[in-house]
Design a protein around this ligand. Structure first.
Ligand code: MCN
Length: 800
């Protein structure tokens, strides 16, 4: 493997654009995904899903399905009810009194969304199992479906009879402390804006749908669960708890995983069904999700109504903020459903000096739609959209350029570390720098001049310029802070580093990559430390028998928590090796230096020992210091002292055809500051992917339901996931502000692009049309939505 020298940092590996080790197997089709596994003797599971969004189950008759040759078993939800030791897990009980209706892998007496599992078949092939579903007879008593969030909150139709309301919880932040101050600030403000935004539901659409294989092991009741999941460790604990299996008998393995974007951060009905039925029948049981099934049965993202009010003084400096959220939980609470809006709650102040006159509250509500849960950014893109779109509205109210308004409000660089109104401490930031780099790359001033010439009355091609800035709270995170938010797990990550007798290195990580390139990045961290080639490092992950400790991959945590743990474990190994070197060279351990794979005594350059020699000595253990354990191995479990705080500025230019409503995204610039980069090539890939997902929310994607709760966009013909050709080339700008929170200076980047992009594009769309009297447009800014907005503004006589 070739490694280029990076003379700017003094690193030989870290910071270089090493091609990803993972890619040859993925590109040549050699990688094995869960559904590629050959499992002799496995039975195939198929799940009959409700066609009704809300109905009582009167009767389920599986007898005709059972009579089909090759069908081994067929069950209704009631048939399996006694198998579940506990309902499906929700790991984030946001409030003490949060309503969490019991949720089982198959519905027992009522279905609550189209796609809710009603019955299951086990057959000798996948085709047979799916065909047999057609022979199951279900009698429903249809009920009215609740799709609209505000309608749901009225409790006109109650979804879960046992809790008697559709509200799951209300979570306030700072309201009591600040209520008086907030109202006073609004009363005294020179400018106020009062906005209502809709975060449409999105379908994560990972390239690989979900797949599961549950394999009972020959002896002792052990069970191996293979799953296309991003959380093998969480899945192991939760499935053991839910199914009453001793945890030490559960092993979870993720073969190659084709993306997740948060949708595979869950414990799903089909995983529990496969394990439970494999135990009952003592055969392997497998399940494979189809694309349309994925749209119904895998969690959705976003789904919020946001009421945002800002107050500002005569200069446009923010003086107060009030936010009221209504968050769509869908039919049930999945693993972290209720916590998603909370992750955003702390970011409504954006990158601005927000005074302590803020009140925020989120009310979450059940609806008859697929459960929502984490989706790239999870709460933070929604928060950023709210503040950034409202900042543009405020700029229009104040009559200043939106970039200028932001600059007036940026937290000044010299105030870092900065304690925000939420009590959280942002570790570092340089917003003016990120904005200035983006401004230059877009040629902001020239574009504004072109806009003034182009957007004249009667123009059919109007230019819009979009700006957005953001802070992200990622790297989840300090366990104590998560505890204060009622999250059910910690935020640490574990790493073991081993130098093998032949001096090759094994890194064992608790992270669970599913597209992020951890094998490459973690190899680079260890290679830099030990002065070896990254090709000589093997990264072991995503198998709870091989990497038993870990909390997996989500929340852009893997580098700032898991990567830092690896860095620390390497240091521990080097410290141990120094003791062996000191012993063998009869020197003081404090005098031993290590660089480029060679140990030396300070001041005696002729006395040196290579890492390879020490690794072999540690293995043979023939001549170790008294009391020192053999082998070069160290483990670190790292619980970070703070979140990771990447930030950035995005800018773009759109041209809108006022006769067709079509939005042409012409230029896109992203400056995402994620501190020190381990591998800039991976970072760029992460930002590109994230930006495109954010653009897609702004312009194309939407999970659309009809009034009866039928998903109308369950195929890729209706759910418009963009192709590379749908977006312009993205220009990336450089800003590097090392994190003072960890020794590597790194921050997460996996979600950053998504967070900046949607408000950037929508600000450009409104900027293009505000001269026509268009105040706002709901996402996605489809040609129809844009055209309708132009028509209604024109009919109101608002255009200039
Ligand atoms: N990186 C780096 N230098 C930095 C920051 C990150 O080199 N300063 C590299 C890391 O080494 C790692 C990658 O960038 O290889 C992402 O790191 P990090 O930001 O820690 O994020 P995670 O690895 O924890 O990934 C999770 C994040 C999330 S939350 C979603 S959602 C998401 C994403 O990553 N889903 C993805 N990126 C995805 N990419 C793909 N291909 N597929 C998904 O499902």
């Amino acid at each position: 493997m070739t490694v280029t020298d990076d003379t700017t940092t003094g690193n030989t590996v870290l910071g270089t654009r090493l091609l990803r080790k993972e890619d040859p197997a993925l590109l040549t089709g050699e990688a094995v995904f869960t559904n590629d596994m050959k499992v002799p003797g496995a039975l195939h599971l198929a799940v009959l899903r409700s066609d009704y969004a809300h109905a009582r189950i009167k009767r389920v008759d599986v007898s005709d399905a059972l009579a089909i040759e090759g069908v081994h078993a067929a069950y209704s939800g009631a048939d399996l009810a006694e198998m579940w030791g506990a309902p499906m897990p929700c790991a984030w009980p946001v409030t003490e009194d949060m309503n969490n209706p019991p949720h089982y892998p198959l519905a027992i007496d009522k279905v609550n969304y189209v796609g809710d599992g009603v019955a299951a078949v086990l057959a000798e092939s996948e085709t047979l199992a799916r065909d047999a579903l057609g022979a199951i007879d279900v009698e429903y008593e249809p009920l009215e479906a609740v799709i609209d969030l505000e309608d749901a909150l009225s409790d006109r139709v109650v979804i879960h009879d046992d809790i008697g309301t559709n509200e799951s919880y209300t979570w306030p932040l700072l309201i009591e402390a600040n209520e008086g101050d907030v109202q006073k600030a609004f009363d005294e403000a020179a400018f106020t804006v009062n906005e209502r935004y809709v975060q449409q539901r999105l379908i994560p659409m990972a390239m690989e749908p979900r797949a599961v294989v549950a394999m009972p092991q020959p002896f002792g009741g052990d069970m191996t669960l293979y799953s296309a999941t991003q959380v093998p460790h969480i899945l192991k604990v939760m499935s053991a708890l839910t199914l009453g299996i001793p945890e030490q008998q559960m092993r979870v393995v993720c073969p190659a995983v084709g993306g997740g974007f948060g949708s595979k951060l869950n414990v799903y009905a089909e995983e529990l069904l496969c394990v439970a039925l494999a135990r009952r029948h003592n055969v392997p049981v497998r399940w494979n999700e189809e694309r349309s099934e994925n749209a119904l049965a895998t969690t959705h993202g976003r789904g919020q109504i946001q009421h945002v009010e800002l107050a500002a003084d005569a200069d446009g400096k923010l003086t107060a903020m009030r936010v009221r959220l209504i968050a769509d939980m869908g039919a049930y609470l999945q693993l972290v459903t209720p916590g998603v809006p909370l992750l955003g709650a702390f970011l409504y102040g954006g990158v601005y000096e927000m005074p302590l006159a803020v009140d925020f509250s989120c009310t979450s509500v059940f609806t008859n739609m697929t459960p929502t849960d984490a989706y790239r950014g999870a709460g933070r893109p929604e928060a950023t959209y709210a503040i950034e779109h409202a900042m543009d509205a405020l700029a229009r109210a104040v009559g200043v350029d939106p970039l200028e308004l932001r600059r007036r409000n940026f937290i000044p660089t010299e105030k870092y570390p900065y304690e925000a109104y939420t009590g959280l401490v942002y570790d570092s930031g340089d917003h003016d720098k990120a904005a200035t780099v983006a401004e230059g790359l877009l040629d902001y001033a020239a574009l504004r001049a072109r806009q003034a010439e182009q957007n004249v009355p009667g123009a059919t091609k109007r230019l819009g310029i979009g700006v957005s800035t953001y802070f992200e709270m990622c790297g989840l995170a300090p366990s104590r802070v998560l505890a204060s938010l009622n999250y059910g797990a910690g935020g640490w990550e574990a790493a073991t580093v081993r130098v093998l007798p032949t001096s090759k290195v094994q890194v064992v990580t608790g992270t669970a990559p599913h597209g992020q390139g951890h094998e490459t990045a973690w190899s680079m961290i260890a290679a830099e430390k030990f002065g070896i080639d990254p090709a000589d490092v093997d990264v072991l992950h995503s198998d709870t028998a091989i990497a038993p400790l870990g909390l997996d991959t989500y929340g852009s945590r893997s580098l700032p928590v898991g990567g830092v743990a690896i860095d620390m474990a390497c240091d521990k190994v080097i410290d141990k090796a120094k003791q062996i070197v000191a012993h063998q060279l009869e020197a003081n351990v404090d005098d031993i230096e290590f660089a480029g794979g060679i140990f030396r005594i300070a001041g005696s350059p002729d006395k040196e020992l290579p890492l390879a020699a020490i690794a072999f000595e540690a293995f043979t253990a023939h001549n170790l210091p008294d009391g020192l354990e053999p082998n070069l191995e160290a483990q670190v479990t790292y619980d970070p002292p703070n979140f990771s705080w990447p930030f950035g500025t995005h800018m773009c230019a759109v041209e809108i055809d006022t006769e067709t409503g079509e939005v042409d995204l012409q230029q896109y610039v992203a400056v995402d500051d994620c501190g020190i980069k381990v591998n800039p090539l991976i970072v760029e890939g992460q930002v590109h992917g994230g930006v495109v997902q954010g653009i897609a929310q702004a312009l194309w994607e939407e999970a659309r339901y009809d009034d009866d709760g039928n998903l109308q966009s369950s195929t890729l013909a209706e759910y418009l996931v963009p192709a590379a050709s749908d977006v312009p080339s993205i220009t990336l700008g450089e800003s590097v502000t090392p994190s003072p929170t960890n020794a590597m200076g790194v921050k997460g980047v996996g979600e950053a692009g998504t967070i900046g992009a949607a408000p950037c594009v929508m600000n450009a769309v409104v900027d293009a049309l505000s001269g026509l009297g268009v105040h706002d447009i709901d996402m996605p800014a489809s040609p129809l939505n844009v055209w309708n907005a132009i028509q209604s503004a024109t009919n109101n006589g608002d255009s200039q």
